[in-house]
Design a protein around this ligand. Sequence first.
Ligand code: HSE
Length: 418
Amino acid sequence: MNKLKVGMIGLGTVGSGVYKTLQEVDTVEIVKIGVKNINKPRSVDVPSEILTDNPFDIVNDPSIDVVVELIGGVEPAWEYISTAIKNGKHIVTANKELLAKKGEELFNLSEKYNRVCLYEAAIAGGIPIIMPIKTILAGNKINKIQAILNGTTNYILTKMDTDGASYEDVLREAQALGYAETDPTGDVEGFDAAYKITTLATIAFKQRIKIENVYREGITKIRTEDMAHANELGYKIKLIANASIDEKGNADVRVHPMLVSKNTMLAHIDYVTNAVAISGHPIGNIVLSGPGAGEFPTASSVVGDILAIQAENGTTDYMLPMMRCHHHNTATPIKIDDTYNKYYISITAPNAIGVIAKIGTICANKNISLASIVQREVSGNNTAVITVITEKCQERLIKEVVNELDNCTVESLIRVAE
Ligand code: HSE
């Protein structure tokens, strides 16, 4: 039997997991691994003769069948991957940013050279989601995804909730434990989740979603008080990647914090765990959950992709047809101001007669119905903390409400998941 010859670019956490896992697989041979620094001490014992600090040694090596890209970021990853495809290699990647920003180019190039590009590890790490959507769920019309796709932010929100701690304190602790990066922007501002939902919605809806049309808000403004109020009202606060599409192909794709009812599974996905809830016909509703990152969970997805290629390599002229890109239309984006949501509003107001009446009147004038309104405390400085949950209304109108609440301070405005 001819072994599948693999060249890896990147030997960090995920790369090490892939290397270790493939030691048990006798149908795959790792021919070369591209690293930045050959002499760096590593947790994994790799023969030095297969290491190279020049990734072009890999993408230009005629003996290599598959290039596994595990360095992340757009450049130089795109240069390596595009060269590899032009040289006739199949691709396995965990690069969510590249997929979100250059997916169309990547899949057009793969098709032109009749190569496959698999990326199970790029979205929700170890959770099998890409292959299920492309294969066993292929007969479905998926119209909604709600997902927790970022472990770092889910860890921070869970700790804020359980410990009653501030965002800043939990972030510092998460950084010390290695759960959050020194520069946490990519995770806490929602970029990571936005990259992932861009690709996930594209394949689920079979319509291309452009990253520039994905609305994004991070978790940095979530207050301990919001966590407490949400809990009292029967909710948790989660960073939700949300995507829906209507019959006409209008797509609403976004990442932002949401109050999620404790009656739903997503509310109970805690710490670094990820989850993806999918609704469609004929399947109905399903939720897949599991580890969204980490050495071995992510390696599981990468190795699965490698073995899918290995199983068909050399057996057909058109490998893995169901795993290819089949959509060439771009969905029409719905602007955030045109979306309809329920809202949680936390207001600090002077403890004066008529404040609650005024809030009610401003909302009523815009035809916004209130689901609940609670005055929580009157502190020493004669100030009331009022928490409102609205019924569904247009985002544009809720922003007008916030502007018109001129004698109050709106401390938080958070969307509420249905
Ligand atoms: N930074 C990501 C997270 C993991 O925190 O979930 C890799 O995609």
